[in-house]
Design a protein around this ligand. Structure first.
Ligand code: SF4
Length: 82
């Protein structure tokens, strides 16, 4: 699970914007302007027949600033991104 969903910067962060793109999710903002310090991204690669799926998760970040449930508040009623 990506730690960004509980981070105050999630709706302004350039790294989370890239993660959304990788997951083909709609962006929380089209113009991210927050550059995080040393985000660590875990990339899981799965193959299924000829299809290759990549899942990106931010698992560490020096700019993480907790705001529990921030993503869920911005997208009420939607499933949390995995
Ligand atoms: S944890 Fe880091 S990468 Fe994720 S939203 Fe927060 S600042 Fe951005």
């Amino acid at each position: 699970m990506c730690i960004c969903i509980d981070c105050q910067h999630v709706d302004a962060c350039t790294t989370y914007h890239a993660v959304e793109a990788q997951h083909q999710q709609p962006h929380l903002t089209e113009h991210p302007d927050f550059e995080p310090t040393k985000p660590t991204i875990n990339v899981n690669i799965r193959t299924h027949d000829t299809e290759i799926q990549m899942e990106w998760d931010v698992v560490g970040c020096e700019s993480f600033y907790p705001e529990w449930g921030k993503w869920a508040r911005l997208r009420p009623g939607e499933l949390l991104p995995t």
